[in-house]
Write a protein of this length. Sequence first.
Length: 398
Amino acid sequence: MKYLIFILCLIAIFLLAYLVSFDRKMVKKKLKTIAIILGIQILLAYVFLHTTIGIKIIGGASKLFEKLLGYANVGIEFVFGGMIEGGYATFLLTALFPIVFICALLGILQYFKILPWFIKIMGTGLNKISRLGKLESYSAVSAVIIGMTAVFVSIKDLLPKLNKQQMYTIAACSISTVDLSIVGAYMNMIDPKFVILAIILNLFSVFVILSIVNPYNPDEENEALTVISQPAEKDERGFFEILSDYMMDGFNLVLAIVAMLLGFVALVAFLNGIFDGIFGVDFQTILGYIFAPFAFLMGVPWDEAVRFGGLIATKLLSNEFVAMTSFIEMEGLSERSTGIISVFLVSFANFGSIGMIIGALKGLCPDQSKVVAGFSLRLLYGATLVSFLSAAVVGLIL
């Protein structure tokens, strides 16, 4: 039965993506690439979830992050007087403040030029599979390593030269994934193995959806722009200056997340109260019924689909953190549903992310910010399909 549901889900995702395609005729030329990427996704999911070596790899990566989070907690306990050890830890301390430490590590890797090298190697490998261009593949990997808006900073000199299709691809890559600085926060909320698996699958899912929504042949002129994986200008900052900047960036990110959580959690509670008072059913439950068919197609049993549907809506309207806080309070979910939901939630596909991208581009290249604003709804639509596809693959394998 699950195989039939998976096939129906693939058909639904393809049709939904095809409806908003920029070039439907070009989609036919991308079918082989789509099939290859889907095959790789299914194989990777099977290896990581059902083979000894795959389980060891993903388990090792999870333990590495657990170790890093442990070191982060040492700093947190020092500053906040042992609140974690004393059992007074809050979501802010345990889930968000480790971001500062992770950003510090990324700063060290950036200083020693390890990040640019890694991005270049991974981007080249991904381009061999996706055939969507070096610039586009670089942007996908870069989004995971350095962050959603930082991608555009890294190619700021190229932004004025990029066409609409390239801008859509780069923006789609940036909101369909999550960056490493925030991974530790997710792992404090959901199973680490599904966080890692979601990051890997989303890198491939985004190119499947792009091959349907935004199919094109890469500009040969931009194929020569291999300098994108290197800093445009030599960074004259010293080691401790770079380290301090990255830590402050991490702290500012924590503050931004706190602000969004305070506002959105309160807003969702407010809407739930109004709808419950008027209709006798809360806002999230109503949205849950609307999105329940999508949850069912991803492999969630129908008796759990309404609750998952509510999480889909919460993630889209607010952000993944708000949805995760609701998710961890749910009880009685099957192991398979838990895996599917976990993978779906790990991405930046929400309205707030669109605003952040447009805001970043206004400071870097105002003309391109208008371009992205013009297809913003289509961008969020496609990024949500990316999450659907990754979750569906996990639903097939679990």
